[in-house]
Design a protein around this ligand. Structure first.
Ligand code: ATP
Length: 401
């Protein structure tokens, strides 16, 4: 490596005195000599003479080399690749940046040379500097979690969403109170915050749940390629460079919440459905659905949610504040299979409540069936081409879209 750097430096130095690139399109003796020394440094001197005899524009030679011109074996191609990388095309190796010398300042401009943008452009087609690639290009934009509006009636129920909201608004309140202790100003500010809150209520909350590797995947010794941190998950995608070295490309995605493989179904309920139950009592519509590849855990995740939601709904209906508001509980099951919607059962009022208690035992089986068909439907129309990933998306929607 040391050797090839030295050769690259030689090539670089010669650029200043008009050797390789200043030799013009037809090349020159000095340019040939530098090229030969450079190739020799990697034990590839045998590639120099065929190239020199071609009469090809010297500036195209590195590009041709990278395309395999002259090199026979994979090992030779790999050596060429390393050699080219050490040329510091992107200014990232140990070489100093090119500064035009007094000698060349009067001659052809540096921009015409080996390191010129024009030349780099030529190299670009054949030389892909993977080390210079910026993985962050693949990062999604940072998404600031937007909470649901907490219920006005049942403080404390919207724990998860309220925590999110408090995190974003606490600093505003603190700054304001520090700056001005005046109660009237504070209350004006509170009004402002409250109106901002009303205008900025997120209508959709997206939660991702990662499932653990299953027995089959473990027995096949598959890697767990998803890691979770706070509200982001990273997919570690194994890839191969052009020189066949393995590397891992990271793709990071942000969501309102990301639940790792250790969370239980109760925690899923707390993070997704529980906060939207009180919202229903504000006469707002709420929906929760799951999306994900087959086997990613949609049924496992969704199955316990309707029962938990029904328990909370009944509990709310019995609270004094709602008891006299003539709320009706109306349950219906329907199956969506391909293009057909079939209503399985509908119940209203007190009958609904009574039947709800009776069917508790059958609830799990029935909801699993309905959710299974629903998710199959969603998968069929939306997810057929999605990449394999062991995560389930839970979309908790409040209000009318
Ligand atoms: N978080 C989890 N923890 C433990 N096991 C899980 C988890 N999520 C899913 N599983 C298991 O993974 C398997 C597949 O899950 P599930 O049937 O829910 O997937 P699915 O997305 O509904 O698949 P399909 O779309 O084919 O119906 C099941 O055996 C389930 O028990």
């Amino acid at each position: 490596m040391q050797q090839s750097n030295a050769a690259a430096t030689a090539l670089y130095d010669h650029a200043g005195v008009g050797s390789l690139h200043n030799a013009g399109p037809a090349g020159g003796d000095a340019g040939d000599a530098v090229m030969a020394r450079w190739l020799q440094s990697a034990g590839l001197q045998h590639l120099a003479s065929p190239l020199a005899s071609t009469g090809i524009d010297q500036r195209l030679l590195p590009n041709l080399l990278m395309q395999g011109y002259g090199a026979q074996s994979t090992e030779e191609k790999q050596r060429l690749f390393k050699l080219m990388r050490n040329l510091n095309i992107n200014g990232e190796s140990g070489l100093e940046p090119y500064t035009p010398t007094a000698q060349n300042s009067g001659g052809p401009a540096a921009s015409d040379g080996f390191y010129s943008p024009e030349f780099r452009g030529d190299l670009g087609a054949g030389l892909l500097n993977l080390h210079a690639m910026d993985d962050t290009e693949l990062l999604s934009e940072h998404v600031t979690p937007e909470p649901f509006e907490p219920s006005l009636f049942i403080p404390g129920v919207n724990k998860a969403f309220e925590n999110d909201f408090n995190a974003t608004t606490n600093w505003q309140q603190k700054e304001q109170s520090d700056a001005d202790a005046s109660a009237s100003l504070f209350s004006a500010n509170e009004k402002e915050i409250s109106s901002t809150r009303e205008n900025n209520v997120a209508k959709i909350k997206v939660v991702v749940r990662k499932r653990p590797l299953n027995k089959k995947e473990i027995s096949r010794k598959e890697d767990d390629i998803v890691t979770v941190s706070e509200n982001a998950l990273t997919v570690h995608e194994p890839k191969l460079k052009v020189d066949l070295t393995a590397y891992v490309e990271k793709h990071e995605f942000c969501f309102d919440a990301v639940l790792d493989e250790n969370v239980n179904n109760d925690e899923v309920y707390h993070a997704t459905v529980e906060p939207i139950i009180p919202i229903i009592f504000q006469r707002t519509k709420a929906t929760c659905f799951a999306y994900g590849q087959t086997g990613s855990g949609k049924t496992f995740t969704m199955q316990p949610l309707p029962l938990r939601a029904a328990q909370d709904l009944v509990r709310f209906l019995h609270q004094p504040i709602y008891r006299n508001q003539r709320f009706k509980l109306w349950l219906s099951y329907f199956e969506i299979y391909v293009k057909e919607v079939q209503i399985l059962q509908t119940m209203t009022g007190k009958l609904g409540l009574r039947v709800l208690k009776l069917i508790k035992a059958f609830w799990l089986l029935r909801s699993a069936f309905v959710l299974w068909t629903m998710t199959r439907f969603i998968y069929h129309f939306v997810g057929a081409n999605s990449p394999k990933c062991s995560v389930t998306l839970l979309l908790a929607i409040q209000g009318q879209l």
